[in-house]
Design a protein around this ligand. Structure first.
Ligand code: ATP
Ligand code: GNG
Length: 213
């Protein structure tokens, strides 16, 4: 299983499609447009942060179990980032200490079950998408989900900056599997075919080193 990580709008879902088609494997997407809790969260983060997190954790666990079944399936976002999101939200006062404690224990408990549920614990490769704030906003605007637009909600500017800041350290500390970075300001793998080919080549190179290609 290959896991894609990175900020909101970095291009994970787009790359999941491109990469899974290239490898002839399956992509497992994050549940967004049919996620009933996400709009509630953006409207009232304090009230819904915990519920949203439990929702994502549950869906993610189900996807991971299926994605781990075959080599090179592509998972759109890691379970470790769900925890990062929640801790940032908690630090912004959107979850209580007790909620954080329950979440962390539940996550640990679920992670202990993964080797039994999926015969494998960690991904074969993490592909982290790095993006600047401005480029990320371009993508968020282009995609047009109203609840993600900072012009509709100025608190999102702080939220996005907090996430971006913490993501760098998260990637540096990540040690559950081999990892690589793709610079989304440098490579436009959605609209530029030469950039797309280069990104796929870089990922293939890592998969060959790891013996899954
Ligand atoms: N390299 C790129 N060039 C141009 N547009 C892009 C690029 N990458 C992504 N986009 C566009 O940006 C938007 C967000 O991309 P996508 O949904 O793939 O991001 P994501 O990382 O999966 O986001 P989220 O974390 O919110 O699920 C989409 O409209 C997509 O077409
Ligand atoms: N709070 C929170 N915790 C998560 O684990 C999480 N994972 C994704 N998201 C939000 C970001 C995008 O708007 C949208 C699509 O990625 O969903 C999350 N939000």
């Amino acid at each position: 299983m290959i896991v894609l990580s990175g900020m909101i709008g970095a291009g994970k879902s787009s790359l999941a499609t491109i990469l899974s088609e290239h490898l002839g494997t399956q992509a497992f997407y994050e549940q967004v447009d049919d996620n009933p809790v996400l709009p509630l969260f953006y409207a009232d983060p304090k009230k819904y942060a915990f519920l949203l997190q439990i929702y994502f954790l549950n869906k993610r666990f189900a996807s991971i179990k299926r994605a781990l079944a075959d080599d090179n399936n592509v998972l759109d976002r890691s379970i470790y980032e769900d925890s990062l999101f929640f801790h940032i939200n908690a630090d912004m006062g959107r979850a209580t200490e007790q909620e954080v404690e329950v979440y962390d224990e539940l996550l640990d408990n679920m992670m202990e079950e993964l080797p039994y549920a999926a015969h494998k614990k960690a991904p074969d490769l993490l592909v982290h998408l790095v993006i600047s704030y401005d480029k990320m906003l371009d993508h968020i605007k282009k995609r047009g989900r109203s609840y993600e637009q900072p012009e509709n909600d100025s608190t999102l500017v702080d939220y996005y900056h907090n996430l971006l800041e913490r993501y760098d350290k998260w990637y540096e500390d990540y040690n559950y599997s081999p990892k690589m970075k793709i610079d989304c300001d440098q490579y436009d793998f959605v609209e530029n075919t030469a950039d797309r080919a280069e990104v796929l080549r870089l990922i293939d190179e890592q998969l060959k080193i790891r013996g899954t290609l």
